[in-house]
Design a protein around this ligand. Structure first.
Ligand code: ADP
Length: 258
């Protein structure tokens, strides 16, 4: 509690009492703590790829460049790590903007079925490379009021995760349920699943179930935090069901009217 005291003086200057203004600062403290944890996390996450880029360029400059094969290999790693840095910085900027409500929703009529198709086009190559099956909704139309790009980002993040966390031969199913005043989008996979204990923290920034593996998959740990914010900016809800070793389903419900 934060208190400010001030004398309460009457017309003739006599002291009538004390005015006390009390602020509950638990929320402010909590936000400050979150913010400093966030900065610590960001610094740590950015350090990893930068250290790698720095190390490999130094090795190349020290002479490894003469070896054509090493040159090729190291440049490949440097390229991959700089792409990850790029993605991470974009994600961080994006997240902080939506958290500060700096970008208001640009509401339009959005056909979610069409958005799912676009997402499918984006991930098709990765799906084929991994030998996965991708099943798409049968509906050709499913309308909500919202912002197309944000809805696309929500679906893309969920489908990309399904691709990342489903081993070869698995299946990813996107389905839609068109209800009276809301639309439910389900992204279901037959992947590695998530342990019960990890579910409550899944939507936190930088939270990953298996840090090493997730990092290798090129993830930033920000995807689901972004999804949650985007869903909330549409007054929607997100729910996750998962079973370790069997698969995961994310269900996003968006109201039809904003
Ligand atoms: P990342 O960039 O690491 O994928 P996300 O915020 O998108 O970050 O996801 C956070 C963590 O949740 C992931 O690291 C992974 O451990 C887990 N996760 C997300 N989606 C799935 C899924 N479909 N199957 C299994 N685990 C998942």
């Amino acid at each position: 509690l934060d208190a400010h005291l001030a004398p309460y003086v009457g017309e003739n200057g006599e002291l009538k009492g004390i005015v006390a203004v009390l602020h509950d600062i638990t929320d402010i403290r909590r936000l400050e703590k979150m913010r400093s944890e966030f900065i610590a996390n960001v610094s740590h996450e950015l350090k990893t790829p930068i250290t790698s880029v720095k190390g490999f360029t130094e090795t190349l400059l020290d002479g490894a460049m003469e070896d054509k094969e090493a040159l090729h290999h190291f440049l490949g790693i440097i390229h991959k790590e700089s792409e990850r840095l790029h993605r991470m910085i974009n994600d961080i900027l994006h997240l902080s903007k939506i958290e500060q409500h700096m970008i208001p929703l640009e509401v339009e009529n959005v056909n979610v079925a069409e958005v799912v198709d676009r997402v499918a086009d984006t991930v098709r190559k990765d799906v084929e490379k991994k030998g996965l099956e991708l099943h798409l909704p049968v509906e050709r139309e499913c309308w909500v009021k919202g912002e197309k790009d944000r809805i696309q980002q929500i679906i893309l993040n969920l489908v990309s995760n399904a691709v990342s966390y489903t081993p070869a031969g698995g299946r990813i199913t996107v389905s839609l349920a068109d209800r009276e005043d809301e639309v439910a989008i389900s992204v279901k996979d037959t992947g590695i699943g998530i342990a019960k204990k990890d579910l409550p923290r899944l939507f936190e920034r930088f939270y990953r179930v298996d840090k090493g593996r997730a990092r290798n998959s090129g993830g930033t740990g920000l995807g689901l935090a972004i999804v949650k914010h985007l869903v909330e900016s549409h007054q929607g809800k997100i729910e996750v069901k998962s079973e370790e070793g069997r698969g995961t389903e994310f269900i996003v419900t968006l109201p039809k009217q904003q």
